[in-house]
Design a protein around this ligand. Structure first.
Ligand code: SF4
Ligand code: SF4
Length: 166
């Protein structure tokens, strides 16, 4: 049966032209996250291997509605069905960390920085680099929000098709 994620994916397939701007914005957000990823990984690779309380539980693995809009705009179909219990290790975790490309992870994963990780980042980056890092994170959030607002605005013209706008 078609769920909300499937319906959002189909909307982007069916209404490709009116949603072009949303798709372009999602692609820009993708690139921003991708480009920031090496900097984040330089620090997670130092801090996470010694972690005793790994944050990657399966309950964090689900793409919420905003993630579904973003992923659908990228032409990626989300699969939120999971046989794994919510408190078990995330279904996407492997020996080498998350199996999903960072821009395709639920946004909450991109945004989560535990205290030891943040301390490591702020303590080892020159202040200017750390400020730049925070600015880039803020830009990602702002561009993503613009993309979502754009979608919601356009979707007011197609309310019957859009989950959450029935
Ligand atoms: S981000 Fe923090 S809590 Fe998550 S695995 Fe790394 S060190 Fe552990
Ligand atoms: S970062 Fe990857 S492995 Fe960790 S919770 Fe998110 S999706 Fe799961």
């Amino acid at each position: 049966m078609e769920d909300d994620a499937d319906r959002l994916y189909r909307i982007f397939q069916d209404l490709s032209a009116p949603l072009e701007q949303v798709k372009n914005s999602a692609a820009a957000v993708y690139r921003l996250i991708r480009d920031l990823s090496p900097l984040i990984e330089a620090h997670t690779s130092m801090v996470c291997p010694d972690c005793r309380e790994v944050c990657c539980r399966n309950r964090h693995s689900y793409h919420d509605r905003s993630d579904q809009i973003y992923m659908s705009a990228l032409g990626i179909r989300v699969n939120n069905s999971s046989p794994v219990a919510d408190d078990a290790p995330c279904r996407f975790i492997s020996q080498n960390g998350c199996m999903l490309e960072r821009p395709e992870r639920p946004f909450r994963c991109t945004w989560f920085f535990c205290e030891p990780l943040l301390e490591h980042m702020s303590g080892s980056m020159p202040p200017r680099v750390f400020r730049d890092f925070n600015n880039r994170l803020a830009e990602i959030t702002s561009r993503r929000m613009d993309m979502l607002n754009s979608f919601e605005l356009i979707s007011t013209r197609i309310p019957r098709h859009v989950p959450g706008r029935d």
